[in-house]
Design a protein around this ligand. Structure first.
Ligand code: HAM
Length: 429
């Protein structure tokens, strides 16, 4: 196939074998969020470029190198969203959802786009489920967000494979004081810094803390520590969060170097990481962004949230062999019919079964074929039972009910008794 007719590198088709696990995952998360009182919001995939520059920060990897930006036909600069928080804040502001101090607990799901170097767990189109809360400034809500993800890991059977890293970035005033001390320390040692860090030293010095260069990391060992510059308000907030996580039994590790790659954070930041996926081990990440709404033209409005990467979590569920057996089966019953009179009767019977058993996943053979080939398709579909209707069954108003997974002998069942029969054997399996 010519390259221009293939999918774009880093942008994947999610194939029919994979979608049951995706749907299971998405459904689990949606139900969990419903249970905690979060409501879904859906934002556009494309926004004005300015939105992301203003919120994520001009001097971040995302804005500097990773955005899919283009001019539309009016000449406006538009960008495929690289994340969800910016658009969510925009929507909240635009529709006055947080006006008058009202609380909003929102979630969203969808594709995000970043022009990163693709590798396992890192794609150019990837999918997030994100949660954002507005107008609650205490650590109780930071704790709730973390506790609900902790519950999710349990529901998915992956709790043992993830751990929580936590840090506080302090208020922006405290961070400014720290930034000055850090810049002073690093400037005196600038010639020992890697190139990226030297550039960041003037543009975004806190990002030097998560430099990948071992030399820079060695240099940072004696650098001023953010924790020593935390203002009282942030310290009290952080202590409150830790006390709540302790009370709920959620284990965590304080990582003083955790700064996150987006500029809007203040106070709490956190990441759920796993060592089971190789280099791309962060499966869920977020934090507080109390200044963002104001920075985007709104009234001061505290905000906090996180986003999880669906590809990475699906991969983790597969890696740990935690795909539930029941989602592998897509069909309960496969109905075979031979000859047109039997086909017509089978079709009508199938519709009556659907009326009686809406939860039944019933596939009717299409494309005719011999009984043998139809039974082969029935088997391949993964169904538990094949129903068989030929001339003889039609005349007697019965179907043959053939177990396909070794649950006993074929039985002849009257059409009138079929729904009750399937309700017990196929639906409760
Ligand atoms: P983020 O850390 O950029 O934060 O992304 C959140 C998660 O999305 C990551 O932890 C990872 O699981 C997934 N992810 C990010 N980039 C990729 C990629 N290229 N391929 C696959 N998965 C990826 C945010 O996006 C913030 N908006 C989170 C947030 C919400 N903070 C507050 N509210």
């Amino acid at each position: 196939m010519s390259k221009s007719l293939q999918a774009i590198r880093g942008m994947n088709d999610i194939l029919p074998e994979q979608t049951p696990l995706w749907r299971y995952f998405e459904d689990r998360v949606a139900r969990l969020l419903d249970g905690y009182g979060y409501r879904q919001i859906r934002m556009p995939i494309v926004e004005f470029t300015e939105l992301f520059k203003r919120s994520i920060g001009e001097v971040t990897d995302i804005v500097e190198k990773e955005m899919y930006t283009f001019a539309d036909r009016n000449g406006d600069s538009l960008t495929l969203r690289p994340e969800g928080t910016a658009a969510c804040v925009r929507a909240v502001l635009e529709h006055g959802l947080a006006g008058g101090g009202q609380t909003q607990k929102l979630w969203y799901i969808g594709p995000m786009f970043r022009h990163e170097r693709p590798q396992k767990g890192r794609y150019r189109q990837f999918h997030q489920i994100g949660v954002e809360v507005f107008n609650i400034d205490g650590p109780d809500i930071d704790a709730e967000l973390i506790i609900l993800t902790w519950r999710l890991w349990e529901l998915l059977g992956i709790r043992d494979a993830v751990s929580l890293e936590l840090n506080s970035l302090g208020t922006s005033a405290a961070r400014a004081v720290y930034r000055e001390a850090l810049v002073e320390y690093l400037t005196a040692r600038a010639e020992q810094l890697d190139e990226d860090s030297r550039r960041r030293l003037t543009s975004n010095p806190l990002r030097v803390l998560d430099s990948k260069s071992p030399e820079t990391q060695a240099l940072l060992a004696d650098a001023p520590k953010l924790a020593d510059y935390l203002d009282d308000e942030s310290q009290v907030h952080f202590d409150g969060l830790k006390a709540r996580l302790d009370a709920a039994g959620v284990p965590y590790v304080i990582n003083p170097k955790l700064v996150r790659g987006l500029d809007y954070y203040s106070k709490t930041v956190f990441e759920w990481v796993t060592d089971r996926l190789g280099a791309q081990g962060t499966v869920c990440a977020g934090g507080r962004y109390d200044g963002l709404v104001e920075q985007m033209g709104g009234k001061p409005t505290p905000g906090v949230g996180f986003a999880m990467g669906i590809e990475r979590l699906v991969l983790l569920i597969e890696t740990l062999d935690k795909v539930p057996a029941e989602i592998a089966r897509q069909v309960d019953v496969y109905l075979c019919a031979l000859g047109e009179p039997a086909e017509l009767a089978a079709l009508a019977l199938a519709e009556r079964l659907r009326d009686r058993l809406p939860a039944l996943r019933l596939q009717v053979n299409a494309g005719s074929g011999s009984f043998k080939s139809q039974l082969k398709k029935a088997d391949k579909s993964g169904a538990l039972y094949a129903l068989v209707m030929g001339e003889d069954e039609l005349a007697r108003q019965v179907v043959g009910c053939k177990p396909l997974r070794g649950q006993g002998e074929q039985q002849s069942i009257a059409w009138t008794a079929l729904a009750d029969h399937l309700a017990t054997c196929a639906l409760q399996a």
